[in-house]
Unconditional design. Structure first.
Ligand code: GUN
Length: 283
């Protein structure tokens, strides 16, 4: 049976480290502040934003909350972002996605100053990551790297396979694994022989957004499996990932559960990015 990689525990450790660092900054007279913008009342987004605000409270980061109505225009949102960009007391700006259809998400992401882009979604942040320059790293893939490091999974020289090529997870994930000297393969819906490619992975990161898509037959004996997916199982309150946990845990060496794996790491990394932003802005 695979060893569980406990994202709840690891994210708690990371939040405690951020809390201590934020407290040290405070002692030097520097506060850390995150502006959180939610447009509309999508239930999932409301829960995510609530969790982000709770994590701010825990780590000692000030959260400034902007809850705007569903019918907010693009211009109104861009104007608020401009004000927050110019406000020296704000270190990070987070606009919860998705946005209502009248607002162009890409335009909004580009409007956030790269110096305050704690989500790491701005093209400038993505470009910096790809050339190995300093900048904000998207929170979920950063969290996956931390899970691998803190579970003592060797990345240097490992065959890492990333299933999924989204801008938020798959692409930055592959760049981060490359930065750790893994040999990286990115798979997607057009990949031929997906199972054979996955079976060659020492590290398999799955982020395709389809429930239980990858089962034990895709996994090499002893591999480390990271499941980024999260889905509600139809008609129940239970959650599952993109990986069929039951069959996968029999083959894998280490595996993340859903819930309690990657999910909690995303918010812990967001807190870390807010702290780093305040350090950069005050140095
Ligand atoms: N919506 C779902 N995940 C995220 C995230 O990580 N950041 C933002 N801003 N919106 C999201």
């Amino acid at each position: 049976m695979a060893e569980l990689i406990d994202g709840k525990k690891i994210s708690q450790d990371l939040k405690d480290e951020v809390k201590a660092q934020v407290s040290e900054l405070k002692a030097k007279g520097v506060e850390v502040t995150l502006a959180v913008i939610l447009v509309g009342n999508d239930p999932a987004s409301t829960v995510y934003v609530g969790n982000k605000k709770k994590a701010c409270e825990y780590t000692g980061i000030i959260s400034k909350s902007y809850e705007l109505p569903e019918e907010t225009s693009e211009d109104e949102l861009l104007k608020l972002i401009d004000e927050l960009n110019d406000d020296d007391s704000v270190n990070g700006i987070l606009v919860q996605l998705p946005l209502p259809k009248q607002i162009d998400e890409d335009k909004v992401i580009r409007r956030i100053s790269p110096d305050k882009d704690v989500d790491g979604f701005h093209p400038e942040s993505v470009g910096r990551l790809s050339i190995g320059a300093k900048g904000f790293v998207s929170c979920t893939p950063a969290g996956v790297i931390e899970l691998l490091k803190r579970s003592n999974t060797p990345m240097d020289g490992a065959n890492a396979v990333v299933v999924g090529r989204s801008n938020i997870v798959g692409k930055p994930m592959s760049v981060l694994l490359l930065r750790e000297n893994a040999t990286v393969t990115i798979c997607h819906s057009h990949t031929k022989n997906l199972k054979e490619v996955c079976k060659n992975a020492d590290i398999l990161v799955v982020a395709i957004g389809q429930p239980k898509f990858i089962d034990g037959s895709y996994i090499k004996e002893g591999a480390t499996v990271i499941d980024v997916g999260i889905h509600r199982i139809d008609g129940t309150k239970k959650l599952c990932g993109d990986v069929d946990f039951e069959s996968a845990e029999k083959i894998a060496g280490k595996i993340t559960p859903v819930p309690g794996g990657v999910g909690p790491m995303t918010i812990a990394e967001l807190m870390n990015n807010c702290y780093l932003s305040a350090v950069m802005q005050n140095s």
